[in-house]
Design a protein around this ligand. Structure first.
Ligand code: NAD
Length: 490
C-alpha cells in the first residue's frame, strides 16, 4: 500500500465531471453523492443522460479498431499497471468505498483485492491463444478465431460497485473491446471514478473507456444505441428484464447477472458452532446486500433449535453503525426505501407465525442483524430476495425435503451445504438448481477464476469470470483462404 501519496483520487480533476476521452462535463449535469451512514455530502460527479451516452458510444466505436490492433502484450501491460495502481492506492481508496456505499473496512478491502485480481486475470486473456484450425472441407484453409464484439456497455449496481464493474470492464478491454460504463448513480466513485483513475494513470489510450454515471435512462440509452454491440448488466431481475427486452429489440448480445435467494443447507451431522458462523457471515456481510447472500438457512429438524439459538446470540452481538467512525460489523442500508422494504418483509413473517429471535428493528438506516425462525413458504421472507441482514431459518425433515425447499425459489444463483459427511453433502448438492454450489461453505463466494452466474431468474444463462470471459466478450469469426480466386458456374 502507498501510504505516502494520498491524493490519487482527491486531485479535484474529476469533481463534477464524467470520463469521456478524458474528464469532461456531461450535458445532463451533475449528481450529489451522499454517505448513506450520515447523509453527509461526499462529492459531486457528472450525471449522464441519453445524449452523453450517445457521444461516449460514438467515441468508443471510433477508438475500438485501434485498441484491438494494439499488440496483445501491450494491452496486458496496461491492465497489469492498472491492477498495480489499485493495490498501491488501496489504503486511500478504501475509505471512499466505505463512505459511499456504507461498507465496513473489511468489505472495502475485499473489493480492492478482488478488483486487482480480476484485472490481472483479464490481462492473461489478452495474450491467450483464441482460435482453432478447422478440418478440411475443401482445398481451402479454414480457421476460426475469436474477435471482439466492438463496444461493450456495462451497467453495474451499488452493493459491490468496484468489483462488479471491474469484472465486466477488464475482460472486455483485454479482449479488444472498448467500453462505455454506467455505474449506479449512488456509487459512481467506487463503481466508476476509481476505475477511470487507475486506467488513466496506467496509460489506457483516450476513448477506449468511458465512464458515465447515470440512472435507468442512461442505462436504457446504452441498450438502444446502435454503436454498442453488447450489454453486460448486473442488477435486479426487474432491471435485467427491461435491459433484456431492449437488447432483444435492438438485437444486441446481453449478459444478465441478477438476484438470488440462496439456500445454506445445514445437515444434522454438522458442527453447529461452525455452521452458525457460516450462516452469520452469509446472511449479514454487507448488511445482507449481496446477490449471493444466504437468503434461507435450511436446518435439519434435530439441530434447527440449537442453530437458531447460536445464530441469535451472534446477531445480538454484532455492532451496527457508521463504519467510517466506529468499529462495526454492519454499516447502513443503502436507502430509507430499502430499510422500509426490509421491515415490511420481517413484519410479514412475524404476522404469519415466524419467531423473531434477534433484531427486527432499525435506527434510521442502521438495521440490526435479524434472525427469524419458523420461516415457511408463503411468507415473503421465504419467497423473496430481502437484500437486508435477515437470517431466515427453515427446518426440514429429510435430504429430499431440503432439496425441494431450496429448489422452490424462482432464482438459482448460489447454494451451500454443510455436513460432517462430504459424500452426503455432494449427493444433496447435485440436486440443487444453482449456478454455484459450495460444499461445506456458506453462499457468498466469488473470484476471477470461476464462472459466476445463476439459473432461473438469476440471469439468462451467461457467466462472468474464468473460462466464461472469452466466450462472453468475443465472438467466433470463420475465415477461409484460397490460394487464388476461382470462377463459379454463374
Ligand atoms: P437495479 O436493477 O435497480 O440497478 C442496477 C443497475 O441497473 C444500476 O446501475 C441502475 O441504474 C441500472 N438500471 C436500473 N433500471 C434500469 C433500466 N431500466 N435500464 C437500464 N439500467 C437500469 O438493482 P439494485 O436494486 O440497485 O441492485 C441490487 C440487485 O442487484 C439485487 O437484486 C442483487 O441480487 C442484484 N445483484 C446481482 C449480482 C450478480 O452478480 N448476480 C451482483 C450484485 C447485485
Amino acid at each position: 500500500m502507498n501510504i505516502h501519496n494520498l491524493d490519487f483520487l482527491q486531485s479535484g480533476r474529476w469533481n463534477g465531471l464524467a470520463f469521456f476521452s478524458g474528464w469532461q462535463p456531461t450535458v445532463a449535469g451533475t449528481v450529489d453523492i451522499t454517505d448513506p451512514a450520515t447523509g453527509q455530502h461526499v462529492a459531486n460527479v457528472g450525471f449522464g443522460g441519453a445524449a452523453d451516452i450517445a457521444r461516449a458510444a460514438r467515441e468508443a466505436k471510433a477508438a475500438q479498431k485501434g485498441w484491438a490492433k494494439m499488440l496483445a502484450l501491450e494491452r496486458a501491460k496496461i491492465l497489469n499497471r492498472a491492477a498495480d495502481l489499485l493495490e498501491e492506492h488501496g489504503a486511500e481508496l478504501a475509505p471512499w468505498i466505505m463512505r459511499e456505499s456504507g461498507s465496513i473496512h473489511t468489505k472495502a478491502m475485499i473489493e480492492i483485492e478482488h478488483g486487482a485480481l480480476f484485472i490481472r486475470h483479464a490481462a492473461t486473456l489478452a495474450t491467450a491463444a483464441t482460435g482453432t484450425f478447422l478440418p478440411g472441407m475443401d482445398e481451402r484453409t479454414h480457421y476460426a478465431r475469436r474477435v471482439p464484439h466492438g463496444v461493450v456497455g456495462v451497467i453495474s449496481p451499488f452493493n459491490f460497485p468496484l468489483v462488479l464493474s471491474i469484472r465486466s470492464i477488464a475482460p472486455a478491454l483485454a479482449l479488444g473491446n472498448t467500453v462505455v460504463h454506467k455505474p449506479d448513480p449512488r456509487t459512481p466513485i467506487s463503481g466508476g471514478i476509481i476505475i477511470a483513475r487507475i486506467f488513466e494513470e496506467a496509460g489506457l489510450p483516450q476513448g477506449v473507456l468511458h465512464i458515465i454515471p447515470g440512472g435507468a435512462e442512461a442505462g436504457e440509452a446504452l441498450c438502444t444505441d446502435d454503436n454498442i454491440a453488447m450489454i453486460s448488466f448486473t442488477g435486479s431481475a426487474r432491471g435485467g428484464s427491461k435491459v433484456g427486452e431492449l437488447c432483444g429489440k435492438h438485437l444486441k448480445k446481453v449478459q444478465l447477472e441478477l438476484g438470488g435467494k440462496n439456500a445454506l443447507i445445514i445437515l444434522d451431522d454438522a458442527d453447529l458452532d461452525v455452521a452458525a458462523s457460516n450462516a452469520a457471515w452469509g446472511a449479514f456481510l454487507h448488511q445482507g446486500q449481496i446477490c449471493m447472500a444466504t437468503g434461507l438457512v435450511l436446518a435439519e429438524e434435530p439441530i434447527a433449535a440449537g442453530l437458531a439459538e447460536r445464530l441469535a446470540v451472534k446477531a445480538a452481538h454484532l455492532p451496527v453503525g457508521d463504519p467510517s467512525s466506529h468499529q462495526v460489523a454492519l454499516g447502513p442500508i443503502i436507502s430509507d426505501q430499502q430499510v422500509a422494504g426490509i421491515q415490511a418483509i420481517v413484519d410479514d413473517a412475524v404476522a404469519k407465525g415466524a419467531k423473531l429471535l434477534a433484531g427486527g428493528i432499525h435506527d434510521g438506516r442502521y438495521y440490526k442483524a435479524t434472525v427469524l425462525s419458523g420461516v415457511t413458504p408463503g411468507m415473503r421472507a421465504f419467497d423473496e430476495e430481502i437484500f437486508g441482514p435477515v437470517a431466515c431459518i427453515v427446518s426440514f425433515k429429510s435430504d429430499e425435503d431440503a432439496v425441494e425447499l431450496a429448489n422452490r425459489s424462482e432464482y438459482g444463483l448460489a447454494a451451500g451445504v454443510i455436513s460432517g459427511n462430504v459424500g452426503r453433502a455432494m449427493a444433496l448438492g447435485d440436486q440443487l438448481n444453482v449456478g454455484q454450489l459450495h460444499i461445506n461453505d456458506q453462499t457468498v463466494n466469488g473470484g476471477p477464476y470461476a464462472p459466476f452466474g445463476g439459473r432461473g431468474k438469476s440471469g439468462n444463462g451467461s457467466r462472468m469470470g474464468g473460462p466464461a470471459d472469452i466466450e462472453e466478450f468475443t465472438q467466433w469469426q470463420w475465415v477461409s483462404v484460397k490460394d487464388q480466386a476461382a470462377a463459379y458456374p454463374f
